[in-house]
Every structure is written in structure tokens, then in C-alpha cells.
Design a protein around this ligand. Structure first.
Ligand code: GLU
Length: 496
């Protein structure tokens, strides 16, 4: 195997909200690359857009990463050699670097007011030209610029794009060579009037200062990349430019944009809905990457072992909830009953707090788990699948109690005989129950289909349930007999 150089990669979210799947997938790919190469995964908070900052978003980002098991080696809370890792705490560095560019004539102060810029853009729109800065302050004589700056006039710093009629080219690992015409790149702002850097400046300065080797991010940043390349050159850092890897966006199931229902909910919402982090990690890894175009189930360790940047595809992957649910079911079935019980506890406790189900306990849930494990696709389905194990009384549907092929009178008699037979059993085990009940079916000449269906409704309240005899064994003798009585009573009322 080729010895890989340990990579230094970063996930650099802006705290403008809770991350969703499309977004946190970027963190996953970076994390996988760091772990695969034995390098470092860095979390950097890009909070320089003050107006878009959202209270609690940074905590939500960290919570999402923690839940998915994407631990960061450097960043908020854990620190590291390049601390701080929150951009608003690094302002002097950006100011210093911006000043360096102004000093070397690569950037300039711009005094244009918002109103003037708006009027300029409106005029450009009327002429059907793309909106871009018209260079007014680029042409100011030096003395005037100095006078206005010294006079305290509000200003921003703009990068002076060389505009030589050339192309700005960079290599992208997914798409190969990408070129932009320098005429199409406006003199962009690098330092705002409030002293905060723009994304472009802060991102490049930090990637450089933090010795980032690979920039792995969504393809929506491709159009920013030529600006970054120009900055690397202006700073004289072009030799240490990171490798760029722009991943295809994740689309909704209809190949449209991700929507609230499909992928764009916060990652933590998936936790609430009972997805396992392992399943989500596996699912997200396949949104844009593949092992061999056919393997679907790949655990975390294998992902780390086999992950490669070369196998990131250029075509967008569609978010498919059906597939995620299926995958989650696979991971649920891989859990031991003990583990699954632990994972289900919060969901059932929450349900119990609402319903006050009197028989709920961890030990009873532990007995129920093997009966529902096969059928679960999401942990939050458990209360609906298993509630009858934990409640006292069931609400019967008289129609269900007398299934087709068993008229109400016959059903009532059959349940009465069943009650007699099972109450006489010495042991209350699935085997004993099955022996007794099958024997009775023979004796009474009842078809097992409708007959078992009738008992099933009597002890579970529903027509579909886990295997009948195991279910009865777990519910216990006392409650099963009481339920048979209640069902007989219900059928009597129906007849009256
Ligand atoms: N702060 C940017 C974001 O919110 C980072 C983009 C990049 O990785 O360069 O996604």
C-alpha cells in the first residue's frame, strides 16, 4: 500500500443554523480523509458574517458532529496549536494580512457607499450586465485615498484583481482543471467596514496559517475558488496551496434541491426520529463516494480503511429516504438485544411519560426487543409496535375480534375454551402455549388462521403483531387471562 502523507483537513461551517445532511457530509468526507491518512481533522467556525450568525448554532454543529462520532483533533473546546479556531477571535490576523496586501498594492481602500453600489448594480442590471464593482476607488489618486482614510471616512478593503485578460486556473481533484477569466472576477471585498474579514480572506488566511493540505467542500464553492487562488498568489503562498476537492451537491429524491422533507432537516432531527449514527454515516458516505459501485453496507472502520478522494464522483447523488430507512433497519438488526434495548429506552421513556403506561420497565422492554428487532426500521417506531406489552387495558375493535371465517358467537366460545385451556397450563412458555392452543384448535376443529387471529386481537388489540406465542409469554399469564376475559366480554356486548 502507498504510504500516505497525513492530511490536515478542516470542516469550516458558518454558524448560521443547524447543519443538515448535505452539509455535514462535508465534515464526514474531511474526517474520513484525516482518519484514512492518519492526519488531523480540524473544526473551524467561520462566523465573520455577523448578521447571519445564529445563537446556539455552534453548539448545534458540535453536537451533530459528536452524535455522528466525527471527533475533531483541533478546534473549539479541544484547542490545538493554531488556536483560536473561531474566526471572530482571530480578527487581528486578517487585518494584518489585509494591510500587507494594501501595502504591496494588491488591495485598496474603497469608500463607495452602499447607496452608490446599489445604484451601480441597478444600472448594470438595466444594461443586462453582470453585477460587479466598477473600479471607482481603484482609480482614486493615492493622495485622495490617504486623505479620506485619514479623515476617518468609512471604507472597506478590496482585492485588486490583476485583470490582464488571462485565465485563473486551478486543479480540482474531482473535476480536473477549472479556469475562470480574470475579467469575470470583480475586485472583491476582503475586509469589511466593521473590521471583519469576508469569507474569502479569512478562509484563505486560515487555511494557510493552519497548514491545511486539502480543501474538501461542496461544489457551490467552486466559483469562489479563483478568488482564493488569486489571494494565494498575492500573498506569495502559491507553493503551499492546498489540494482542492469540490464534492458534488446532494440533490433531493426528485433531483431537485434538497428540501425540508428530504435531507435538509437538521442532522439532530434524524437522531430524534430514531436513526442510528452508524447508518447515517454509511448513508452519507455513499452520497458522492463509492467503494466499488455496488457495496451498500460499509461500517465506519471499513470506510476509514477504504476511503479515497479518487472515488468521489462528479455527478450529484440524490437523497433517498427509502434507502436510508432500509439501511437503518440493517444496522438495527446488527445490534445485540442489550444494545438495542439501551437505544430504545429514551424513545419508550418519552412515550411512557405521555401515556403513563403502567407496565413499562427496562426489563420488560428487554424481553420485547427480540420480538420487534426484525421489523424496526427506525427506533421511534417502537412505541407504536410494542405499546400493548406495556399498557393495562386494550381498546378492542369488535370487528377485528371476530375475523373472517369465525362468526362472533364462535369466536366468543373459542376464546372461552382457550382461556380455560391456557389457565390450566403449568408453564407459561411459548412452547407450552403453542402446544395447548394448537391442541385445542384440533379438538374444536378450528382453522388456525382465523382462530389464532382472534386470539392475537384479544391479547394484543391488533391484527398484526410479533409471533403470537412468544408475545403471550412475554405479556404474562395474569394479563393474558384478563385480556381474554375482556375480549369475551366485548364480544358478548356486541351480541346483545
Ligand atoms: N464557511 C464556509 C461554509 O459555510 C466554508 C466553505 C469552505 O469550506 O471553504 O461552508
Amino acid at each position: 500500500m502507498v504510504q500516505l502523507t497525513p492530511a490536515r483537513v478542516r470542516y469550516a461551517p458558518s454558524p448560521t443554523g443547524l447543519p443538515h445532511v448535505g452539509n455535514i457530509r462535508t465534515a464526514l468526507f474531511n474526517w474520513l480523509w484525516a482518519r484514512h491518512t492518519g492526519g488531523q481533522f480540524i473544526l473551524r467556525i467561520e462566523d465573520t458574517d455577523v448578521a447571519r450568525r445564529v445563537e446556539g448554532a455552534t453548539e448545534g454543529i458540535m453536537e451533530s458532529l459528536r452524535w455522528l462520532g466525527l471527533d475533531w483533533d483541533e478546534g473549539p473546546l479541544v484547542g490545538g496549536p493554531y488556536a483560536p479556531y473561531v474566526q471572530s477571535e482571530r480578527l487581528p490576523r486578517y487585518e494584518q494580512e489585509a494591510a500587507r496586501l494594501v501595502g504591496s498594492g494588491r488591495a485598496y481602500f474603497c469608500f463607495c457607499s452602499e447607496e452608490r453600489l446599489e445604484a451601480m448594480r441597478a444600472a448594470q442590471a438595466r444594461r443586462r450586465e453582470p453585477p460587479r464593482y466598477d473600479g471607482t476607488c481603484r482609480r482614486l489618486p493615492d493622495e485622495e485615498r490617504k486623505r479620506r482614510k485619514d479623515g476617518g471616512e468609512p471604507c472597506v478593503v478590496r482585492f485588486k484583481v490583476p485583470h490582464r485578460g488571462e485565465t485563473v486556473t486551478f486543479h480540482d481533484l474531482v473535476r480536473g482543471e477549472i479556469s475562470f477569466r480574470d475579467e469575470d472576477i470583480e475586485d472583491f471585498v476582503i475586509l469589511k467596514s466593521d473590521g471583519y474579514p469576508t469569507y474569502h480572506l479569512a478562509n484563505v488566511v486560515d487555511d494557510h496559517l493552519m497548514s491545511i493540505t486539502h480543501v474538501i467542500r461542496g461544489e457551490e464553492w467552486i466559483s469562489s475558488c479563483p478568488k482564493h487562488v488569486l489571494l494565494y498568489h498575492a500573498f506569495g503562498w502559491q507553493r503551499e496551496m492546498p489540494v482542492f476537492v469540490h464534492m458534488p451537491v446532494t440533490l433531493g429524491p426528485d433531483k431537485g434541491k434538497l428540501s425540508k422533507r428530504h435531507g435538509a432537516e437538521p442532522v439532530l432531527e434524524y437522531r430524534r426520529q430514531g436513526y442510528l449514527p452508524e447508518a447515517l454515516v454509511n448513508f452519507m458516505a455513499l452520497l458522492g463516494w463509492s467503494l466499488d459501485d455496488k457495496t451498500e453496507i460499509i461500517g465506519r472502520e471499513d470506510l476509514v480503511k477504504h476511503f479515497s478522494l479518487e472515488r468521489i464522483g462528479a455527478t450529484s447523488a440524490a437523497f433517498n429516504r427509502e434507502k436510508l430507512d432500509w439501511m437503518n433497519g440493517v444496522y438495527i438488526r446488527q445490534l445485540s438485544p442489550e444494545e438495542l434495548t439501551d437505544k430504545l429506552m429514551p424513545f419508550l421513556e418519552e412515550w411512557q411519560a405521555r401515556t403513563r403506561a403502567p407496565h413499562f420497565s427496562r426489563s420488560l422492554l428487554r424481553q420485547v426487543v427480540p420480538l420487534i428487532q426484525e421489523r424496526l426500521r427506525r427506533l421511534d417506531e417502537a412505541p407504536a409496535l410494542a405499546d400493548f406489552f406495556f399498557v393495562d387495558e386494550l381498546a378492542y375493535d369488535a370487528v377485528l375480534l371476530a375475523p373472517r371465517g369465525l362468526p362472533p358467537d364462535a369466536a366468543r366460545d373459542a376464546l372461552g375454551r382457550t382461556r380455560e385451556a391456557v389457565s390450566a397450563l403449568r408453564e407459561w412458555t411459548p412452547e407450552a402455549l403453542e402446544g395447548g392452543i394448537r391442541g385445542l384448535a384440533l379438538e374444536l376443529g378450528l382453522k388456525t388462521g382465523p382462530y389464532f387471529g382472534c386470539i392475537r386481537v384479544a391479547v394484543t388489540g391488533r391484527a398484526v403483531s410479533p409471533p403470537l406465542f412468544q408475545t403471550m409469554a412475554v405479556i404474562g399469564r395474569g394479563r393474558c387471562l384478563a385480556r381474554l376475559d375482556a375480549a369475551i366480554e366485548k364480544l358478548k356486548q356486541g351480541a346483545a
